[in-house]
Every structure is written in structure tokens, then in C-alpha cells.
Design a protein around this ligand. Structure first.
Ligand SMILES: CC(=O)SCCNC(=O)CCNC(=O)[C@H](O)C(C)(C)COP(=O)(O)OP(=O)(O)OC[C@H]1O[C@@H](n2cnc3c(N)ncnc32)[C@H](O)[C@@H]1OP(=O)(O)O
Ligand SMILES: O=C([O-])CC(=O)C(=O)O
Length: 465
């Protein structure tokens, strides 16, 4: 299991994450780290790109050493069940930005959600804690890159309102590929050691443009089609809230900040992250890789579950009322299971406890909307669903995941269009998966190509001798 304890091996720190010694972080800012030493100098803060430029050779060396010393060691067996079972449990990916512990949940660069809240002005892509000044500079850069080409605006405007917002989103991200620096550089024969520089530019462009893309879809489908301008001196979340039409509500902006943070990354094996990695490994540019990722996020067992949760709760409310007894709710949950459907928002491929992202949202709800009827229903479900799923006996994790909570918070603030919710998830997910995609090219990760077998071959291997 890769967990918090795994950061240390034989008393030695083994990762960049571990190199960041937590108590020091609270004492000095801005901080510069170099290699395995910490806190080397306090100086004019470096830009994200400059810092990456310094870190990449160190990481390349670190990986070279790790491969040399441990390359032949096994990370575990692969069984026939695993091959048939969606590769669950196979440890076959490296993902630097976050690691998911089945019990503790997600850690971003070694920090739990609560720890991140304590120490971060905002997380960035390097594994280091940026200073407020660095965050301000990054916000300004994102705002400066945020305009989208007019043909992409037209493309979005021409979509029928009946086309699901996620399909519009993926379409628009694919179209942004028109201006890919990486694709152009590849055509001109750039050296592979420089790939990451172009990936960086594309990733920054794409992340910057997403509020305008996603916001335009929202304004077209649900509002008057007018898209308010981005404010260059404001941060990403504020600007996104503004485009959506909710910037006047500071609690909503706070919610969006929380939302965009907790949905950003969930290690490498989930569908949206792995798709970005897989497609990018063919040297497809970030726009192509991320639009593919969005298509995976749009599936109801993955990101679309946030939409499904709200739909399911409304159906339940219609069927059994707004203040049902525990017994009636229990019966409703059983009926869902008996009709061969999943209870959306519950279960997880890796987690085995309540998702800390659920807990963070619950905390927000307790502070801002403790008496909201939908929040009360969600809390009631939290008390009932795990017991039913346990009794049902199939689900390996009966506890709620991130999607069980996000929708009803948005409902409370008036963002009631549930078909849009996965778009918010997608904007956030870009931060994690595109950061990793830059690292993928910087570290020279190869094209992904696992081996497959047929059932015939499995039988031959295990039955015929
Ligand atoms: C951001 C995210 O992507 S978080 C996940 C969002 N998705 C959902 O909330 C949808 C509901 N949950 C699920 O469908 C699943 O729990 C998943 C897709 C998240 C994980 O799937 P798995 O790793 O295959 O889960 P698990 O190993 O526990 O599945 C075993 C069985 O329990 C079932 N099961 C799992 N979760 C649930 C659930 N919430 N309701 C009913 N049945 C469930 C599976 O469908 C499977 O049934 P099967 O043997 O008939 O195929
Ligand atoms: O980790 C997973 O498989 C799904 C998930 O919660 C996420 O991607 O956020």
C-alpha cells in the first residue's frame, strides 16, 4: 500500500514530496527548494516555468537512480482476475502529483486535503508550496491567456442546447487544438528533450481558457448567452464564478475554490487521469489528450455521477417526499439495487472509507447550509446507504465518494442545472492531469502499451499443462 508512511524508507526520505519538511513550511515564505536540501534561499520568486526548468533535471536523475536501484523489483503479482477485472489493484503507473490511500483518501504531493488548507495559498504543479506572490503571478498569467479563438466561440454557440454540456466541452477542447504549440513544434522536428516546454505552454493555455469555454457553454445553454469578461487581477476561481454569474456571492466563490481544489487530481489510475496519460503517450498534444479525458469523465460511473446523484435524490424526493422516515429511505435504496442500478455517489474502486473530499464538502455544508432540506437528505442517506450496501454484500466500499455531496451544494447556491455539474469537475481535473502530462514528457515516459491475452490463451496457459 502506498500511504503516508511510505514516504520514508529505512528512515530516508524517498521522494520530492518527502523532501518538503512540513514544519518548515509554516515558518518561511517564499521558499525555494533545490534537490534534496530544503529552504535554501529567500529571493525573488521564480515563475512556475523557471522552477520546473530547475526541477526537471533533478527528477530525471532521481528516476534514473530509482530505476537503477529498484528497477528489477516487483510491485506485485498480476492475476487472471485482475486482467478480467478492469486491472483493479495492478500497480502499473507512476503519477507524481497525488497518491490515493484506500483509508485516508487523496494526498496531493503528500498532503491531505486538510493539510493543504492549512499551508497553501494554492497548490501548484511542482510539489512545492508557492508563496502568495507566486500565486498572484500565476493567477495573472492564467487570466492573460484566457481568451478563446472566435471560431471556437462560434462552434460553441452553434451547438444545440440539447447537446449535453460535457459533449460541447469536449468538442470545444478538441477545437482549441488548432493552436497547439506542441503539435506545431513536433511538425518542425523539435528535439524530444524540449517536448515539455511546448506541453507546458499548451497546458497553461488550455487551463487558462477553460473558464471561458465552460462558462460560455453554461451561459448559452442555461442563461442569456452573454459571457462576462475575465478580470485580469482576479484569481481563477473568482473569474470562473464571474463568468457563470455567481461572483457576487462570496460563499459561492469560496465553494468553487474548494470544488476546484478537491476535484483536481486523484492519482493516475482513474479514467480521466489515465486517459490523459494514455492519449498523451502517443504524443498527442494536451488538447487532444484532455478532450479524450473529458469523454471518460462524462461516464456515469466516473464524473457524471455528480449529475446522477442529484437526479436520483430528486427522484427519491418525488417518490417518498422531502422528509421521509429512515425506513422509507432504506426501502428506496433497496429498490434501486433490486432494479439492477447502482446507488450513485457510493462505492469506489480504490477508497475503502468515506472519501475525504466528501467530508470536506460536508464540513462546508455544516458551516453554510446546515438547515438546507437537500443537505439533510444527503446526511440521512449517509446514515442509511452504507448499511444497505453492506447488507447487499456486493460493493467493496459502501461509503460515499466525492460525487455524493457536490451537487446539493451547487443547488443551494442556485446553480441548479445538474447536467452541467460534470463540466465543473472537468475544469478542475485539468489542473492535475495536465500538470502530470508536462511531467510525462519531461521525464520521457514512453508510449503506453500493456500486453493483452485472449481467454483462449488463458485457458491454454492454465488448463492444458
Ligand atoms: C469521481 C469518481 O469517479 S467517484 C465514483 C463515482 N461513481 C459512482 O458513484 C457510481 C456508483 N458507484 C459505482 O458504480 C462503483 O462503486 C464504482 C464504479 C465507483 C467502482 O466500481 P468497482 O471498483 O467495480 O466497485 P466494486 O468492486 O465494489 O464492485 C463490486 C460490485 O458492487 C457493485 N457496486 C459498487 N458500487 C455500487 C453502488 N454504489 N451501488 C450498487 N452497486 C454497487 C458493482 O457494480 C459490482 O457489481 P457486479 O459484481 O454486479 O459487477
Ligand atoms: O479515483 C477514481 O477512480 C475515481 C475518483 O474518485 C476520481 O477520479 O476523482
Amino acid at each position: 500500500m502506498v500511504g503516508r508512511g511510505a514516504r520514508y524508507q529505512g528512515g530516508r526520505k524517498v521522494s520530492l514530496t518527502a523532501v518538503i519538511y512540513k514544519p518548515a513550511l509554516k515558518q518561511v515564505s517564499p521558499i525555494s527548494f533545490t534537490g534534496t536540501s530544503r529552504l535554501l534561499h529567500v529571493s525573488k520568486p521564480k515563475t512556475l516555468k523557471e522552477r520546473l526548468q530547475e526541477l526537471i533535471p533533478e527528477k530525471q536523475d532521481e528516476i534514473k537512480r530509482v530505476k537503477k536501484e529498484h528497477g528489477a523489483k516487483s510491485l506485485g503479482n498480476v492475476t487472471v482476475d485482475m486482467a478480467y477485472g478492469g486491472m483493479r489493484g495492478i500497480k502499473g503507473l507512476i503519477w507524481e502529483g497525488s497518491v490515493l490511500d484506500p483509508d485516508e483518501g487523496i494526498e496531493f504531493r503528500g498532503y491531505t486535503i486538510n493539510e493543504c488548507r492549512e499551508i497553501l495559498p494554492k497548490a501548484d504543479a511542482t510539489g512545492e508550496v508557492p508563496s502568495k506572490e507566486q500565486v498572484r503571478a500565476l493567477s495573472a498569467e492564467l487570466a492573460a491567456r484566457s481568451a478563446i479563438p472566435s471560431f471556437v466561440e462560434d462552434l460553441i454557440d452553434r451547438c444545440p442546447n440539447t447537446l449535453h454540456p460535457m459533449s460541447q466541452f469536449s468538442l470545444a477542447v478538441t477545437a482549441l487544438q488548432h493552436d497547439s504549440n506542441f503539435a506545431k513544434a513536433y511538425q518542425t522536428g523539435v528535439n524530444k528533450s524540449e517536448y515539455w516546454l511546448y506541453m507546458y505552454e499548451d497546458a497553461m493555455d488550455l487551463i487558462s481558457k477553460l473558464p471561458n469555454v465552460a462558462g460560455r457553454i453554461y451561459r448559452n445553454v442555461y442563461k442569456d448567452g452573454k459571457v462576462p469578461p475575465i478580470e485580469p487581477d482576479k484569481d481563477y476561481s473568482y473569474n470562473f464564478a464571474k463568468i457563470l454569474g455567481y461572483a457576487d456571492n462570496k460563499d459561492f466563490v469560496e465553494l468553487l475554490r474548494l470544488y476546484l481544489t478537491i476535484h483536481s487530481d486523484h492519482e493516475g489510475g482513474n479514467v480521466s487521469a489515465h486517459t490523459t496519460r494514455l492519449v498523451g503517450s502517443a504524443l498527442s498534444d494536451p488538447f487532444l489528450a484532455f478532450s479524450a479525458s473529458l469523454n471518460g469523465l462524462a461516464g456515469p460511473l466516473h464524473g457524471l455521477a455528480n449529475q446522477e446523484v442529484v437526479r436520483w435524490i430528486f427522484q427519491m424526493k418525488d417518490a417518498i417526499g422531502e422528509s421521509p422516515s429512515d425506513e422509507t429511505v432504506k426501502e428506496y435504496v433497496w429498490n434501486t439495487l433490486k432494479s439492477g442500478k447502482v446507488v450513485p455517489g457510493y462505492g469506489h474502486a480504490v477508497l475503502r472509507k468515506t472519501d475525504p473530499r466528501y467530508a470536506a464538502q460536508r464540513e462546508f455544508a455544516l458551516k453554510h447550509l446546515p438547515n438546507d432540506p437537500l443537505f439533510k437528505l444527503v446526511s440521512q442517506l449517509y446514515n442509511i446507504v452504507p448499511g444497505v450496501l453492506l447488507e447487499h454484500g456486493k460493493t467493496k466500499n459502501p461509503w460515499p465518494n466525492v460525487d455524493a455531496h457536490s451537487g446539493i451544494l451547487l443547488q443551494y447556491f442556485g446553480l441548479v442545472e445538474q447536467n452541467y455539474y460534470t463540466v465543473l469537475f472537468g475544469v478542475s481535473r485539468s489542473l492535475g492531469v495536465l500538470s502530470q502530462l508536462i511531467w510525462d514528457r519531461a521525464l520521457g515516459f514512453p508510449i503506453e502499451r500493456p500486453k493483452s491475452y485472449s481467454t483462449e490463451l488463458i485457458k491454454k496457459m492454465f488448463e492444458e499443462h
